[in-house]
Design a binder for this molecule. Structure first.
Ligand code: HEM
Length: 457
């Protein structure tokens, strides 16, 4: 583990551990500081933890300090009854009906995104000396998803597509690139949360907290002053102020913060990985493009129903998320002592941190033969039916899974379909093969963006 952040990324030690002990043990263990940690190696045990015996593993046990760092008391970090109440309140955000309503906005922003991609391609070609138009696509994708989540969830125009240095995008970019603390302080906060809170230790950099709190406050004030009701996420959380157990401004702001952050970063990274794989696998790219063209010709325009018919593109997305799960490991905390079924009286003691090595499972050759191969056929209906339910975990699983999975999937499919219709993606001279990962990030992300040769078709 001490190589993580230096020569290894977070996924690497878990792959090693999984590959060494899988099939021999149901779990492997070590200590992080004073905390007992078990890495689950058995799919049935993972299913028990995430679904069947979920009541005993509902928490993640992440550090947050509500007093000094209020934005971090969000759904991903909350535990216990606070999490349960909040999850119930936020669940209606992405019902089918709401997704249907948001869809035209995503396509509209998508069209602007395509224009921007075109401009960037022309600019790159104009300065190229080898005929390539080498474009860094990941930041463009993040500008697309920032505007989508800003608009769909908050009715905000984040302006990221028009202006690359728009405050919204630049603060988010800086915050994701730099951490407030190094690994020692992070481990201290995880191991001694109560002491860390007494020491007023925060997670978020102050400039980011100030920015997000200001933007969220301005949005709420604007809606209050002008009596605006839009039926979106912001509306939903604003209504919670009036409930008997009403939420404070800081509690609302924390949920807005995590929806903004998770809304753009996860989907844009996933789409970046998808384009990278499509550039290296031209046959897959062509097949996906043909599907997009056929479905669009059939429907005449890119409607919600048309999007739902893009089955092969969905397989491309699922295979991308198998190879490149944005959260390479998932975590749960043991609440009460748990005798591990099928073992010789082994017990997860209360307080044991459990790790589900999603990335390692996704690369197990016994589950996915030739795991480095990018093969969307792995996600045909029949192939999926034959696999254990815990073999694909990009959105986690069970009651604590990703609350925005359907929205993330929808915006990724729309973005990819619009891109494939207009552009062809190829590796550029400076595209690193294999892709280099950012070793300091908790999230799986490429080291220096994703540069591809973009051609119009
Ligand atoms: C491709 C896109 C996305 C990926 C790959 C992704 C992945 C994940 C994963 C792996 C988890 C942890 C699940 C677990 O522990 O079982 C998670 C949780 C979460 N995600 Fe996503 N996510 C995506 C999009 C989104 C979007 C669009 C939103 C909101 C707008 C969102 C909001 C959240 C929140 C709030 C949680 C915490 C849920 C809880 O603890 O109750 N995610 N996500």
């Amino acid at each position: 583990m001490d190589k993580v952040g230096k020569t290894q990324s977070l996924r690497d030690p878990f792959r090693e551990l999984y590959n060494t002990f899988k099939g021999k043990e149901k779990f492997g263990g070590f200590y992080v500081g004073m905390r007992q940690t078990a890495v689950l190696l058995d799919l049935d045990l993972i299913k028990l933890v995430m679904i069947k015996d979920f009541q005993n593993f509902a928490n993640r046990g992440n550090y947050y300090n509500e007093q000094d760092d209020p934005l971090m008391a969000h759904l991903f970090n909350l535990d216990g009854q606070k999490w349960r109440n909040m999850r119930t309140k936020l669940t209606p955000t992405f019902t089918s009906l709401k997704m249907h309503h948001m869809y035209p906005t995503i396509v509209e922003i998508g069209d602007r995104f395509i224009n921007l991609m075109n401009e960037e391609m022309l600019k790159a070609r104009a300065v190229s000396n080898n005929g390539e138009a080498a474009v860094e696509v990941k930041d463009l994708l993040a500008r697309f998803t920032t505007d989508v989540i800003g608009s769909c969830a908050f009715g905000l125009d984040c302006n990221s597509l028009k202006d690359p240095n728009a405050e919204f995008r630049s603060v988010s970019r800086r915050m994701l690139a730099q951490r407030r603390h190094g690994p020692i302080a992070m481990s201290f906060m995880g191991t001694y949360p109560n002491l860390a809170r007494k020491l007023h230790m925060k997670f978020l950099p102050d400039y980011a907290a100030e920015f997000y709190l200001r933007v969220i406050k301005e949005s709420i004030d604007h809606r209050d002053k002008n009596n605006i009701e839009r039926g979106d996420f912001l509306n939903l959380v604003m209504e919670m102020r009036e409930a008997v157990d009403g939420m404070t401004f800081n509690q609302i702001a924390a949920q807005c913060f995590v929806f903004l952050l998770a809304g753009f970063e996860t989907s844009s990274s996933t789409m970046g990985f998808a384009l990278y794989e499509l550039a290296l696998n031209q046959d897959v790219q062509e097949k996906a493009r043909q599907e997009v063209k056929e479905i669009l010709a059939k429907h005449g325009e890119f409607t919600y129903e048309a999007m739902k018919e893009l089955k092969y593109l969905q397989q491309v997305l699922y295979e991308t998320m198998r190879k490149w799960p944005i959260l390479p490991i998932l975590t749960r905390l043991t609440e009460k002592d748990y005798p591990v079924p099928g073992t010789n009286s082994q017990v997860f003691e209360a307080g044991t941190q459990l790790i589900i090595p999603a990335d390692a499972i996704h690369h197990d050759p016994e589950i996915y033969p030739d795991p480095e191969k990018f093969d969307p056929e792995r996600f045909s209906h029949d192939a999926v039916e034959k696999r254990h339910a815990m073999t694909w975990l990009p959105f986690g699983s069970g009651p604590r899974n990703c609350i925005g999975s359907r929205f993330g999937e929808m915006q990724s499919i729309v973005g990819l379909a619009l891109l494939l219709k207009k552009f062809k993606f190829l590796p550029a001279k400076e595209t690193p093969i294999p892709l280099q990962l950012n070793k300091k990030s908790f999230l799986l992300t490429s080291d220096s963006g994703i540069v591809l040769d973009v051609q119009s078709i």
